[in-house]
Design a protein around this ligand. Structure first.
Ligand code: HEM
Length: 331
């Protein structure tokens, strides 16, 4: 499902308000119907089933068109950034947790600059260098999971926490090049990120920005975690920058943080990322790669479990694609 802010076309017509959509109240719109922010996408899905693949919703005073129409969503993404802007709610939400300087909240030339830096850091060549790491990390976590599965034979297993560990383990290695505060016993990063993204989710649908005036205990906990993360990433970045300054211009970075830092060192000021952009993008990339991948994996396993014939088909396709090596041919 894709949401997009009302572009100039939509803004100059009354199309949005003529589309079907949930009931709305003055000032809060339909926010009161969303309830738990963690259910945001489930609620959108329920509304899509009820109102169709294109519906209108007001959240606060902002008006949105929500599309689950694949053709339209593709068109919207292809027309970024000039033709289509993201909902203002995205930049506002990132701003509420002091992480606004990232690709997902950027528009226009600023988006283009950040997109170029990130696409370069995520290039097939750089990801290809990570193949061994991904392979070993998956193997290590599968071995650990195997023991847990054997210990709970006959009982249902909630795979989502496992898939979160899987994707966080891999994405943090891609971004930082190592474990970054995750050990077998203590997955500190995962707890910290959950707190950060739960704060992002609840501030996104909060009717008033109360944290600007006073802080609840959960807001103080969030501030502590965010400040610690910023301090640690900045420390790493400072050391990495010193090493990168010694490297030749055509040096290929080993991880995404180094890739972003190479852009902080860019000679052309219009192309250079600021220190804050590097920090916000490092955290945003972990967010982009964690829940998306883990939820997809969990759903895939659940559906494969229900459809054993597809499971068989997938197994044979993988056997052919990996030619018995267990390695993907495209990485
Ligand atoms: C199954 C897994 C994934 C799903 C379903 C997914 C979904 C999406 C979607 C829907 C967008 C478009 C968002 C928008 O423009 O508003 C997007 C963009 C993006 N995703 Fe993912 N993603 C996944 C995995 C990843 C991973 C692993 C990474 C990074 C390591 C990543 C990095 C990005 C980046 C950099 C963008 C571009 C944002 C931009 O150009 O503004 N994604 N993804």
């Amino acid at each position: 499902m894709t949401s997009s802010s009302t572009t100039s076309y939509w803004q100059n017509t009354d199309v949005p308000t003529r589309l079907p959509g949930p009931p709305s109240l003055p000032f809060v719109g339909s926010a009161f119907l969303i309830g738990n922010p963690n259910r945001f996408y489930a609620v959108m899905q329920r509304w899509a089933r009820k109102y169709g693949d294109l519906f209108h919703v007001k959240i606060g005073v902002d008006s949105y068109i929500v599309s689950s129409n694949m053709a339209l969503s593709k068109l919207l993404f292809e027309n970024r950034p000039e033709g289509v802007e993201r909902p203002p709610m995205i930049a506002r939400s990132f701003s509420s947790i002091d992480l606004v300087n990232n690709l997902f909240a950027a528009e226009g030339e600023n988006w283009r600059k950040q997109r170029k830096a990130i696409a370069k850091s995520l290039s097939a060549h750089n990801l290809g260098k990570a193949e061994d790491m991904i392979f070993h990390e998956v193997q290590r976590r599968l071995d650990r999971m195997d023991q847990q599965i054997k210990a709970s034979i006959g009982k249902p297993i909630n795979f989502l926490p496992h898939s979160k560990q899987f994707s966080l383990g891999i994405i943090s290695r891609l971004v930082f090049g190592d474990d970054f505060r995750q050990t077998a016993e203590n997955d500190e990063l995962s707890t910290e990120l959950s707190l950060i993204f739960n704060t992002l989710a609840s501030r996104t649908v909060a009717p008033i920005e109360y944290w600007k005036w006073f802080k609840l205990p959960k807001d103080r906990a969030f501030e502590r975690v965010k400040n610690r993360l910023r301090r640690d990433i900045t420390q790493r970045a400072t050391t990495a920058l010193e090493q990168l300054r010694e490297q030749p211009k055509n040096h290929r970075p080993d991880n995404l943080l180094d890739g972003l830092l190479m852009h902080q060192l860019a000679e052309e000021p219009a192309q250079a990322l600021s220190e804050d952009e590097v920090f916000a993008n490092a955290v945003a990339l972990i967010a982009a790669g964690m829940d998306t991948t883990s939820t997809t994996l969990a759903w895939a396993l659940y559906l494969l479990g229900k459809h054993t014939e597809i499971q068989q088909q997938l197994r044979s396709e993988l056997r052919i694609a990996t030619q018995g090596t267990g390695r993907l041919p495209t990485l």
